[in-house]
Design a binder for this molecule. Sequence first.
Ligand SMILES: C[S@@+](CC[C@H](N)C(=O)[O-])C[C@H]1O[C@@H](n2cnc3c(N)ncnc32)[C@H](O)[C@@H]1O
Length: 232
Amino acid sequence: MAAEYERHRPEYPEEALRWAADQLGLEAGARVLDIGAGTGKLTRGLVALGFDVVAVEPGAPMLAQLREAVPEAEGHEAPAESIPLPDGNVDAAFAGQAFHWFDPERALPELHRVIRPGGGLGLLWNWWDERDPLQAELGVLIGYAGHQPYRDDELPGLPWFREVGRTVVESAEESTPDALVGQLATTSAFLTAEPEEREDVLRSVHDMACRYGKRFPLPRFTYAFVFARADA
Ligand SMILES: C[S@@+](CC[C@H](N)C(=O)[O-])C[C@H]1O[C@@H](n2cnc3c(N)ncnc32)[C@H](O)[C@@H]1O
């Protein structure tokens, strides 16, 4: 599944990464952590901005993909709740599509520990754009209609972090029925579904997407948040 993830999941728009980096006052050469880095979709965007990136990911197959795709990054196999870095080791940390997987009670003090005083945290989520008729149909079909990828009351807060800004960036890429099905098949809801149910729903998605053509634009929202490390 790590290879499928690498093949089908989207990267992050440069505009969103630049916005977060500016808010955090980061300059080229800054040392940044990508936590829950997966196969390195966010890592490569951070490397492209000129940062010295350390990627931490608990899943060995995902990390193996990351090491292949982004050899410039330093990789460690570990969870957000126990980061194998010294205190104050990074100027900032980022998490893409991952913060909602962490245990905040343990991950937030840990992130606070490894980020230097004056540094901060950027969280990003790519998400569906239900103004697009295809994605509105899809949302009803697979159940994300009206949902958001994060919960406001579960975002980082004091005593560890303080929100300093948030934005939404719009982007689009071209997709196909197969690519859409491939992307969905890597999401946790489908990975944990019974095989028969999973195949049924993915077939319906494919049929529905075919009505929009062999290729179609897939607009997307990227939600980006920036938090300052709260200093004592
Ligand atoms: C949806 S993927 C996102 C991966 C990558 N950041 C991206 O943007 O494509 C979520 C990642 O979070 C990782 N993850 C899950 N629980 C975690 C934890 N407690 N600490 C760190 N990473 C975790 C998973 O192994 C997975 O690679």
